[in-house]
Design a protein around this ligand. Structure first.
Ligand code: FES
Length: 142
């Protein structure tokens, strides 16, 4: 009889020991706490390169600047920050005109900035953008 409860207790302890490991995996996933390496969008106009790189009805992700630029059927450009509004990860994947966050899988429409899949709930921040001399310039003051 005395052996039984202790065997059960050991099983429970083993299960508990696994929990912190799973917790650590989640914590390491997003840049929280505002450290210096947190991704940032341009605070001044940046030259993103040739205007021809963004086709009508398409979009291009500029990972180095955390900006996506899209062009509608009429040729008008739009730009959005690609710092995820969920927990601040830099979005690193663009599939057609859908942006996919690597951290928790949020998806955004690169032509409107709107969330198309949670956990994010807020749209991406829109940035001023214009074409100047065949080049795309985006960011505050562009
Ligand atoms: S930071 Fe969580 S989905 Fe992007």
């Amino acid at each position: 009889m005395p052996g039984r409860p202790s065997a059960r207790r050991r099983t429970i302890l083993r299960g508990a020991a696994l929990t912190p490991v799973a917790g650590l995996g989640l914590a390491a996933c997003g840049p929280e706490g505002g450290d210096a390496s947190a991704p940032a969008t341009p605070t001044a106009p940046v030259d993103l390169g040739a205007e021809s790189e963004v086709p009508k009805g398409g979009a291009k992700l500029y990972r180095d600047h955390n900006v996506v630029v899209s062009r509608d059927a009429s040729g008008a450009l739009k730009a959005f920050s690609t710092v995820c509004t969920h927990a601040g990860c830099p979005i690193n994947k663009l599939q057609d005109t859908t942006l996919i966050c690597p951290c928790h899988g949020s998806r955004f429409d690169a032509t409107t900035g709107k969330v198309v899949q949670s956990p994010a709930t807020e749209p991406l921040a829109e940035l001023p953008v214009r074409a100047k001399g065949g080049k795309i310039v985006a960011g505050p003051g562009a």
